[in-house]
Design a protein around this ligand. Structure first.
Ligand code: PLP
Length: 409
């Protein structure tokens, strides 16, 4: 019904009009909304925003979504669609981009780990889906093999399904640990350099024993190739965060891999209920936002973006080096949050300041700035630039210089 028709009906139905009066917008509220008199919710809630020179941290709300992602979220919020169909279509697109057979959007990388493991355990058996996380007496397997050096808290996602973790160090130990209860072999990509078993031999072992494999690559782009590298390599399931470097909604992730395992994992995921994943809901706006974020990320000029980060690093570098006794070093984490950051060290004989004091001064300043505690002692902090908005590198640099100078002896 046209608005005019509704109003006309209301005038002839005064009783109903009384009830609807508070729901149907009046001329005045419509006019107010269209003037774009936006509500400042941060202000209303007394929330302090800050410049993020720390990085993509869950506690710091991780990343800012690009306009394209927000446009997709807004436009998809205006109609109803079937949630499973959204997952089907978005899953096909994601799978094609990442060289996987299938994919779906999960509530973070963590829930990709839970749901993927659930799929491995239950297969397409609806009775087993209902039984999780109880494994005993169900005929389901119950052990996941992990390298000791890959134990990092994230394996708790796997044990949510009821499985036990079997820790091994060498390839021989891994092979000896395999038995008829072994459900899966799990790999944490970030810790690959410190593990004794590398990707290819890990996969060969799994293949020899006909066991599924899962890899966690939560924060491991850039490089963009990592989106498909591990699918190409032969991992059966690959889990990544949507809300870290991909800059999708913070509460999203992707589970991708073999078609039958993805189908099985979805039995434990919403909108289906009576399963361990019902609380891991992702709404259509987030699923679509995730898709657009991934698409934008893949299409981006990654070399240009890296160069932009380097330029921002050199802005900060040139300004902080003006302080007597300051030394800097560009630090690039090899895997996970792989982007240039600047490690800044000052001479405690010349500057009387601890790293915690400096961090606190930056945090309390205006604008507030968050940094990373340094890896090299009490007179060192680190700043990243990949979460900065254009121009913020100058503010960060100037504030650092100011605080370092004011603490000079
Ligand atoms: C962040 C992270 C996760 C969890 O990802 P969410 O998207 O926050 O659920 C899992 N594994 C690793 C290695 C991570 O860094």
């Amino acid at each position: 019904m046209k608005r005019r028709a509704i109003l006309k009906n209301l005038t002839v139905l005064p009783l109903v009009g009384g009830i609807f009066g508070s729901i149907i917008p009046t001329e005045k509220t419509v006019a107010e909304t269209s003037t774009g008199n936006k509500r400042d919710v941060f202000k209303e809630l007394g929330l302090k925003t800050f410049i993020n020179a720390a990085g993509s941290y869950t506690a710091m709300t991780s990343c800012l979504m690009p306009q394209e992602v927000m446009d997709a979220i807004n436009s998809s919020s205006k109609e109803f669609v079937m949630l499973e169909e959204v997952q089907d279509r978005v899953g096909e697109k994601i799978a094609a981009m990442c060289h996987a057979e299938a994919a779906f959007v999960t509530a973070g990388c963590w829930s990709a780990l839970v749901l993927g493991t659930a799929g491995v355990l239950t297969g397409m058996d609806p009775k087993k889906v209902l039984q999780l996380p109880k494994l005993e007496g169900t005929g389901m397997k119950s052990e996941v093999i992990i390298q000791k050096s890959h134990i990092n808290g994230y394996d708790h996602a796997l044990t949510n399904t009821g499985v036990s973790i079997i820790q091994v160090e060498t390839l021989e130990e891994a092979e000896a640990a395999i038995n008829n209860k072994t459900a899966m072999l799990w790999f944490l990509n970030r810790e690959a350099p410190v593990g004794k078993i590398q990707h290819k031999e890990f996969l060969a072992l799994a293949k020899k024993h006909n066991l599924p494999t899962m890899i966690d690559i939560a924060a491991d782009v850039p490089p963009v190739e990592n989106l498909w590298k591990f699918n190409d390599m032969g991992f059966d399931l690959v889990c990544i965060s949507g809300g870290k470097a991909l800059c999708g909604p913070q509460s999203t992730g992707i589970l991708m891999g073999k078609k039958e395992l993805i189908a099985a994992a979805r039995l434990s995921a919403p909108p289906k209920g009576g399963n361990i994943g019902r609380g891991m809901k992702v709404n259509k706006e987030e699923i679509i936002g995730m898709y657009v974020a991934l698409d934008e990320y893949v299409k981006r000029d990654h070399e240009k973006e890296w160069k932009l980060w380097e330029d921002k690093i050199s802005v900060v570098n040139n300004i902080v080096l003006q302080v007597d006794g300051v030394k800097t070093e560009v630090v690039i984490p090899p895997i996970a949050n792989h982007n240039p950051s600047l490690s800044i060290t000052w001479d405690p004989e010349k500057t009387k300041l601890t790293r915690n004091e400096l961090a606190e001064k930056l945090r309390k300043g205006n604008p507030a700035i968050e940094t990373v505690p340094g890896d090299f002692g009490n007179n060192n902090i680190r700043v990243t630039v990949f979460m900065l908005k254009p121009g913020q590198e100058k503010i960060v640099a100037t504030r650092l210089k100011e605080e370092l100078l004011s603490a000079s002896i």
